[in-house]
Design a protein around this ligand. Structure first.
Ligand code: IPE
Ligand code: IPE
Ligand code: MG
Length: 249
């Protein structure tokens, strides 16, 4: 007799079809706090633990690149107290986790408009990036002060400058030329995008890079997301049929 589904073990993860690049929109910290009658910043703090678990899970599953959307360009418009609490947490995360990340072979990159960061946050970012630069087990892309449209605008400026200064001809502008001028230059596009908290939108994340990415929306609020939820999303990805506009072979 087959086991009732509740008792059935989860389907195994197939290591050979693990996505190389997983991106996550970490959403739902505020709702997690509200459910507990706590200030929103408590939700952000609880979210740090989820980051730690997901990084460990990604390494375990053999993911090569993990991209986390931590703070959007639009998030600067939140109340100043929330913004400064988030920046404080970023500094705290880097201070607490840098040696652990370095020890696990994680290379941290920070992508976004970093000019807007406070001097102390910018220094913390520079420290973790430099300290982990030689690692290659997992690339951890932290998107901070990031907007997808702003990234494309910046790429357009770089293309224009290269054309005006004679390094590039207008006819040579192709998809690779744009891709090479994005923050993510050299990084493969995400295979899988996970958004937590049930919201079904992209919120200006990786507009160019998500062209053929598989989407998994998890109802779980970010502070409750962990290794198990990551593995569930990876299994869901492994059931998908990626066609890239073609017909099945
Ligand atoms: C995600 O949680 C963290 C950031 C956007 C910085 P939210 O703060 O957006 O939480 P909700 O969406 O209000 O629940
Ligand atoms: C997206 O979440 C940004 C991050 C997770 C960092 P938001 O909570 O800011 O997005 P919206 O406002 O619900 O679209
Ligand atoms: Mg949100």
């Amino acid at each position: 007799m087959p086991l009732p589904t509740l008792l059935a073990p989860p389907a195994p993860l197939h290591v050979d079809t693990t996505p190389d690049h997983v991106a996550i929109i970490m959403d739902g910290n505020g709702r997690w706090a509200r459910e507990r009658h706590l200030p929103r910043t408590f939700g952000h703090r609880a979210g740090m633990k989820a980051v730690r678990e997901v990084v460990e899970g990604a390494i375990e599953a053999g993911v090569k690149v993990l991209s986390l959307f931590a703070f959007s360009q639009e998030n600067w418009q939140r109340p100043p107290a929330e913004v400064s609490a988030l920046m404080q947490l970023l500094e705290e995360y880097i201070a607490r986790e840098t040696s652990e990340l370095a020890g696990r072979g994680v290379r941290v990159r920070v992508l976004g408009d970093l000019q807007r960061l406070s001097p102390t946050a910018a220094a913390a970012v520079a420290h973790v990036v430099e300290r982990t630069a030689d690692n290659d087990r997992l690339v951890l892309n932290l998107f901070i002060s990031y907007g997808g449209r702003a990234e494309l605008v910046e790429a357009a400026r770089r293309v224009a400058r290269d054309v005006v200064e004679g390094r590039l001809s207008a006819d040579a502008i192709d998809e690779d030329a744009i891709g090479a001028r994005l923050y993510t230059a050299g990084c493969p596009d995400p295979d899988l995008l996970i958004r937590t908290s049930g919201e079904q939108r992209i919120s200006n994340f990786l507009l160019w890079q998500l062209a053929y990415t598989e989407l998994v929306i998890s109802p779980v609020l970010w502070p409750e997301f962990g290794r198990q939820q990551l593995f569930d999303a990876l299994r869901e990805y492994q059931r998908r049929d990626r066609r890239f506009g073609r017909v099945p072979a």
